[in-house]
Design a protein around this ligand. Structure first.
Ligand code: NAD
Length: 255
């Protein structure tokens, strides 16, 4: 029996990258998976099915509360409920780093809308399905908030807000036996991560080189490296942990 047998997990932004790795890792432990993404998630579903798991794709834009509600309703209809939400969808791989003076208010606000408000929408959407039996919410942040990475002030600010949002939601959800935590990864070789160092409009060394040299564990991070902590925060092994941000960056930054 897997550690998540009988559980239903919604993983946003899981058509590719780190989200797809979480989805595969959770499916391997027996969870039924909802792949929720604006991108087509059929390949992620097929990968899980080929490995013997169960998954559906629900096209979801996390900036739209109605679509997030429909995502949670689809999990209930197809799999009987929602036990776990991994709030992973974000603007990341498409960011072109540039000096802060070149960012418009509109660009800045769009990233906050997707990265922060999107997580809020998804938490609101799953709450009705978790409030009577408990649940696990894992919000994906970033260790860039510890380092203060230049060239992406909107992204770093959004990930700082996620840590604060997590603490606030943990306070409200504790009485319902819902744990809410944040994972803060460092630079990772996802599709998004791989694009990142190629597209820059400012003169700074590759993020990966900077981070790799500064890590305690000096090797590249792969999406698969991140699965274990998300699993831990989604099982009862972490039943007495909530409101926390756990840094998952090979010892690049300490928090
Ligand atoms: N890769 C890294 O180096 C790194 C480091 C720290 C944190 N993170 C975080 O990890 C998570 C996954 O990152 P990744 O590297 O796989 O990024 P990615 O850019 O490859 O994937 C992000 C996913 O989110 C989806 N998405 C974007 N906007 C959406 C929306 N409005 N509604 C629904 N889905 C939407 C995208 O379609 C994509 O599938 C993100 O939260 C990111 O901020 C990544």
């Amino acid at each position: 029996m897997g550690r998540l047998t009988g559980k239903v997990a919604i993983i946003t932004g899981s058509a590719q990258g780190i989200g797809a790795a979480y989805a595969q890792g959770f499916a391997k432990e027996g969870a039924k998976i909802v792949i929720a993404d604006v991108l087509d998630g059929q390949k992620a579903v097929e990968d899980i099915k080929r490995a013997g798991g169960e998954a559906i794709y629900v096209k979801t834009d996390v900036t739209d509360q109605a679509q997030c509600d429909a995502m949670a309703a689809a999990a209930k209809e197809r799999f009987g409920g929602v036990d776990i939400l991994v709030n992973n969808a974000a603007v990341f791989g498409s960011i072109v780093m540039k000096p802060f003076t070149e960012y418009s208010t509109k660009e800045f606000m769009k990233v906050l809308e997707i990265n922060v408000v999107g997580q809020f929408h998804c938490m609101k959407a799953v709450f009705p399905f978790m409030k009577d039996k408990g649940g696990k919410i894992v919000n994906i942040g970033s260790s860039s908030i510890n380092e203060g990475v230049p060239g992406m002030p909107h992204y770093v600010a959004s990930k700082g807000a996620i840590m604060a949002l997590t603490r606030s939601m943990a306070r409200e959800m504790g009485d319902f036996k819902i744990n809410v935590n944040t994972i803060a990864p460092g630079f990772t070789h996802s599709e998004g991560g791989n694009n990142f160092d190629k597209n820059k409009a400012m003169d700074i060394p590759p993020l990966e080189t900077l981070q790799l040299n500064a890590r305690c564990i000096k090797r590249e991070a792969l999406p698969e490296d991140l699965i274990g902590l998300a699993l831990f925060l989604s099982t009862d092994d972490s039943a007495f942990i909530t409101g926390q941000m756990i840094v998952h960056d090979g010892g690049l930054s300490f928090h």
